[in-house]
Design a protein around this ligand. Structure first.
Ligand code: NAP
Length: 348
């Protein structure tokens, strides 16, 4: 047991609240500082935030006063769930002031020396941090986790790299919690499907996945060469992004070999037994009507990606359906796992 003080930027938002819930009983990290916008600054957290989770709001956090999102009083390690419209400036200022920012925002993900990390998939990309200080002029560091739809695709594809991934097409069905709070108006989403998600969602899926599955080179990542096409939609589901995925492979593995690759997939977090690591990062279900957000999204605390419906694809080679929890595995839980890995690798 160790007690490492942490701060949360964007603590009042959807992702910020998940950080608070997931860190409530964390064996290493202790929430000591909260930052958000001028709307929240100076208020007790319970008055600043509309708590949207079924988990209890810890009293010690509820009573904390939210501070301005500026370096000064925050601990060295800061998780960020900042709105992307402000994350560049604020996260950059914290990194310059010597903080380690473990971020959910898209702003720095594609910088050459910023790791875009899924600890089970590309833990070796942490080596980019060595060059980051000089490249960015920061005494601190920024590491990022992927977009919440990317995590579902990248986790599902990572074990298939051994078969040579040539092409992939994904159509997503993304939950409303992915749009933050209050998010999509109920008038627009109830009984509806919206065939577009703003902020360059489809481009993020196409580019981030290739960086994550790429190989580490001289101070940058050589992107995976696969061709990738994404369509992203918003559906009236509270939590859980589902993806319908078709994949083209160089080899011709049997369905059994693919399922075995998923079920036996493990990474650094499982090896190191990190506190937030799911015992089995990918679970394949044989039932024809799974995965479903209502039934499967919370498996292992929302840290597992659930896959089902593997079948031949008449255009590519195989198709299947994958599901992950967008605010846990796709956001706060992913960032906490990143920080746990950094701690165990001596990088905090
Ligand atoms: N929701 C997801 O599933 C998900 C998944 C992966 C990544 N992300 C990314 O994570 C980030 C947060 O998403 P979210 O869904 O939690 O959004 P959200 O609910 O809208 O929360 C945004 C947070 O940013 C703060 N903020 C806004 N303007 C600010 C300013 N000028 N200065 C300081 N703080 C400011 C807000 O504080 P106030 O309450 O004081 O306004 C709030 O705490 C985004 O970059 C998003 O793209 C979200």
């Amino acid at each position: 047991m160790s007690s490492i003080p942490v701060g949360i930027l964007g603590a009042t938002g959807m992702v910020g609240q998940q950080f608070i819930a997931l860190l409530a009983d964390h064996p290493w990290f202790n929430v000591e500082w909260l930052g958000a916008s001028q709307r929240s600054e100076g208020k007790a957290f319970r008055d600043a935030a509309a708590w949207r989770l079924s988990n209890r709001l810890p009293t010690e956090v509820a009573d904390k006063v939210v501070e301005a999102a500026a370096p000064g009083h925050a601990p060295k390690l800061v998780f960020s769930g900042l709105d992307s419209s402000v994350a560049s400036e604020i996260e950059g200022a914290f990194a310059q002031a010597g903080h380690i920012i473990v971020s959910n925002s898209r702003n720095y993900r594609m910088f050459d020396t910023v790791p875009l990390l899924i600890p089970e998939v590309n833990a070796d990309h942490l080596a980019l941090l060595e060059a980051q200080g000089v490249a960015q002029g920061w005494s601190g560091r920024i590491i990022t986790n992927p977009n919440c739809a990317v995590i579902v695709l990248a986790m599902a594809l990572a074990p298939l790299r051994q078969f040579g991934i040539k092409t992939a097409i994904i159509t997503t069905l993304q939950a409303i919690s992915g749009a933050g709070y209050p998010g999509v108006p109920s008038w627009d989403i109830l009984g509806n499907v919206i065939p577009h998600i703003g902020g360059g969602e489809e481009e993020k899926v196409e580019v981030e996945t290739r960086k994550i599955l790429g190989t580490i080179g001289q101070n940058k990542v050589a992107f995976h060469p696969m061709k990738l096409s994404a369509t992203t939609t918003r559906v009236p589901v509270q939590n859980g992004h589902t993806g319908s995925i078709s994949v083209g492979l160089e080899q011709r593995p049997t369905p059994e070999a693919i399922i075995d690759a998923w079920m036996s997939f493990r990474g650094r977090p499982q090896e190191l037994e990190l506190p937030s690591a799911p015992p089995q990062p990918i679970v394949y279900l044989i039932e024809a009507n799974r995965p479903q957000p209502l039934l499967d999204v919370n498996r292992d605390g929302g840290m597992t990606v659930t896959i089902g419906r593997l079948r031949p694809c008449p255009i590519f080679d195989y198709k299947f359906v994958a599901l992950g929890h967008n605010t846990i595995r796709g956001a706060a839980g992913a960032a906490i796992l990143n920080a746990e890995l950094m701690h165990r690798e001596g990088l905090l």
